[in-house]
Structures are given as C-alpha cells and as structure tokens.
Design a binder for this molecule. Structure first.
Ligand SMILES: [Zn+2]
Length: 250
C-alpha cells in the first residue's frame, strides 16, 4: 500500500475569542478561524483525517455551546456544504468507501461528524479516548461509544507514508499526522499549534497542559527538520493562501 495524494479540505469556519490564539491577550475580540479535514488517497482506498463540526451547527450555531463555559466564545459558521459527508462527496467518496477515519482529537471542530461514520474504524489515541470518557468537557456527539474505535498508543507508522505523531498538550491524547506523498512530506500539526505564532514564536494558546504542548511543538520541529516537511497548522487564518487546497492536492 502506498500514498497517492493528500488533499486539504475546507470544512467551514468558527468564530472564537482571540485570546484562545494567544492566552496573554484580554478576552473580548473574536477571530475567524478556518476548520479543516484532510483526505489521504492510498492504493488501498481513501483515509479521512477529522470530520469537522456537528451537523446541528448548520442551523443552530449558537445552540451547540449554549449553557457551557464557551457560550458566546465559540460560534460555529457552518453551511450545508461544510458537512463532512458533503465535503467527502465532492471528492467522489461516500463514508463506506473509507479505509478508516483518523481522529486527531475529540474536540467539536475535529470529531463533530464522527457519528456519520458508524461502520468505519476510527483511529484514535488511547489517551484521548480515555480522557474523553472521563472528562465532562467533551461533547457526547464527539465520543459516541458505539463507534468502532481503533485505539493506538504513541507514535507509529500507520501505513507506509502515514505516521501518527503523538502530540499531547492541547488535549491529553492529541495526535498530529505526517504524510509522505509522492512529491512532498507534510506534517499536519492539527491543534498542536493553532497558527504559526504558536509554533514559530512559542506564543501560548488554548491548551490543557502547557508543558506537554511545548514539548509537542519541539517534537514536531525536530521531525520537520529531519524530514524536510512543510507544516500545516490547525487553524491559521492566512496560511491557506500559500498552500494547495482541494481540488488541488499534494
Ligand atoms: Zn481545532
């Protein structure tokens, strides 16, 4: 099995308080962040990384966080076209076509559509699964126990050209993904860094464990150097201009 291409898929936007990008800033300003999913096409079939926001955010964006500590601080901007099954359909695939879903962590903007893949293996770090079961700040829609979880622990070559990189800090079991395509090596940092200043300048952002988050960034930097990888951040507002976004691919 080998990797044929990697596509960066847009899956809507989310308004968040800008202090989540830089925790030293006072609260009160909103920033508009892009939400991403990723498609790896292999000779065995397609692999989806992350599933965007929950369907309910299309018609009731404020409802999702109502009554939580994030009410008014996180406001999804999701359209019908951003629903992960519609994103995938534009690439020519239905859920049953997938080899698996790689779930980087169980936040609402990454695992919100996981329930739309009831017959697909969901590849997740064991530490994330256990944290989600124990902690009430994970949403039920993102940690549904009926899904077919394929739990992994730590770094591993998932298949030739696709490496899961354990990068805890943002959440207890967050993972990033390194992909070797025929012409490029790309690290999908996901939320190990929300945007470039978190990665380049050490600007502190919304994480559960700051020490772990710093170590994870250092790990990705070492890996990026070793492999000459380009690094794509989880929610950098301006980065996409310099990248090939679907229907272009790597
Ligand atoms: Zn995120």
């Amino acid at each position: 099995v080998s990797v044929q291409k990697l596509s960066l898929l847009k899956a809507g936007y989310c308004l968040v308080d800008a202090s989540s990008l830089d925790t030293r800033r006072p609260a009160g300003d909103m920033a508009r962040l892009p939400i991403w999913s990723y498609l790896i096409e292999t000779t065995d079939g397609p692999i989806l990384i992350d599933t965007g926001m929950p369907e309910s955010c299309i018609h009731d964006p404020e409802g999702f966080f109502r009554g939580t500590e994030d009410e008014g601080l996180i406001v999804p901007q999701m359209q019908e076209q951003d629903l992960i099954t519609n994103v995938l359909a534009r690439c020519g695939y239905a859920p049953r076509d997938l080899v698996c879903v790689i779930s980087t962590h169980l936040h609402f903007d990454h695992a919100g559509g996981n329930l739309l893949f009831p017959h697909t293996d969901v590849v997740l770090q064991k530490a994330e699964y256990e944290a989600a079961l124990k902690q009430d700040n994970y949403f039920d829609v993102c940690k549904d126990p009926t899904l077919s979880y394929h739990l992994v622990e730590g770094d591993r070559e998932f298949l030739p050209g696709v490496h899961l990189i354990f990068t805890p800090g943002h959440t207890p079991g967050h993972q990033s993904v390194l992909v070797h395509t025929p012409n490029d090596t790309i690290i999908l940092a996901i939320d190990a860094a929300y945007h470039r200043p978190n990665y380049e300048d050490g600007v502190p952002f919304a994480v559960r464990d700051a020490e772990q988050a710093r170590e994870s960034i250092a790990k990705l930097k070492r890996l990026a150097k070793e492999t000459s990888a380009k690094v794509f951040f989880g929610h950098d507002a301006g980065q996409a201009e310099a990248w090939k976004v679907y229907p272009e691919f790597y």
